[in-house]
Design a protein around this ligand. Structure first.
Ligand SMILES: [Zn+2]
Ligand SMILES: [Zn+2]
Length: 251
């Protein structure tokens, strides 16, 4: 069992209705977790306001859990250099960079047919954005590496190219002390035929000295702390390779 979960959304994000802060904390306690991070989305600078609200909610609940209040801060899709939507990261215990949208276009593709960019052009923008993200030492963790890639292009064609980009990204991440997230929700987002290959991304990370950290990306109480997909990845990686919260949260 993994006794922490460093990627949890709340009802404030608008697409996780039952996730009040109190519900999250109670569920985490019931599961016997020791540490959680609440990491709601920051899609734009104005979304910062909700972080203080979450912190106030946490303060109202008596709990023995260690609770960090961070955010999943979006990559700014209107640029191709991987900058985040805001430079203002003050007041965040933990910063996850969320690369969700097609650079220069801004949609979340459900499949390659949904990606308005020619695949080669997407790959260029994806690479420059990813390499930019992992060059920003203000970021603690790269959320769900490869998830956007998997839904935007045909991996049968671009898998090897992508792994080369991940090698570069891993070296930069190690330099910037940015961990890579083992994200449970990615198991639902990436086509099953690729599940057996997904651990290669994390092998690349480990080879470069990048820490691996777990987050469920829960949007509902019953997915907090779940890690079936992550376990399947861990089973193909060296024992004990998963980092602890204190290894990645710099307070
Ligand atoms: Zn995300
Ligand atoms: Zn998320």
């Amino acid at each position: 069992m993994i006794d922490y979960d460093l990627h949890i959304h709340t009802a404030y994000c608008g697409h996780a209705a039952p996730m009040t802060v109190e519900t999250i904390l109670r569920q985490a306690e019931a599961l016997g977790l020791s540490t959680i991070a609440i990491t709601d989305h920051i899609f734009a600078n104005k979304d910062h306001a909700v972080i203080q609200t979450i912190r106030d909610d946490v303060a109202r609940v008596a709990t023995g859990l260690e609770v960090f209040v961070g955010a999943e801060v979006d990559v700014d899709y209107s640029h191709t250099d991987g900058r985040l939507v805001t430079d203002n990261l003050t007041g965040l215990d933990y910063v996850i960079a969320g690369f969700h949208y097609v650079p220069t276009v801004g949609n979340y593709p459900r499949g390659p047919e949904d990606n308005a960019l020619p695949a080669e052009e997407f790959m260029e923008h994806w690479a420059s954005s990813l390499l930019g993200v992992v060059s920003n030492p203000a970021i603690d963790t790269l959320a769900h590496p490869g998830r956007l890639l998997a839904s935007a292009v045909d991996l049968d064609v671009f898998f090897d190219d992508a792994m080369k980009v991940f090698e570069e990204a891993a070296a930069l991440s190690a330099n910037s002390n940015i961990a890579w997230e083992m994200n449970e929700l990615t198991g639902c987002r990436v086509a099953a035929q690729w599940h057996g290959q997904w651990h290669h991304i994390y092998e690349i990370a480990l080879d470069a000295g990048v820490k691996l950290i777990y987050g469920s990306d829960a949007h509902a109480p019953d997915t907090i702390g779940t890690h079936r997909f992550v376990d399947s990845l861990l089973s193909k990686l060296p024992k004990g390779c998963l980092a602890r919260p204190e290894d990645v949260i710099k307070i």
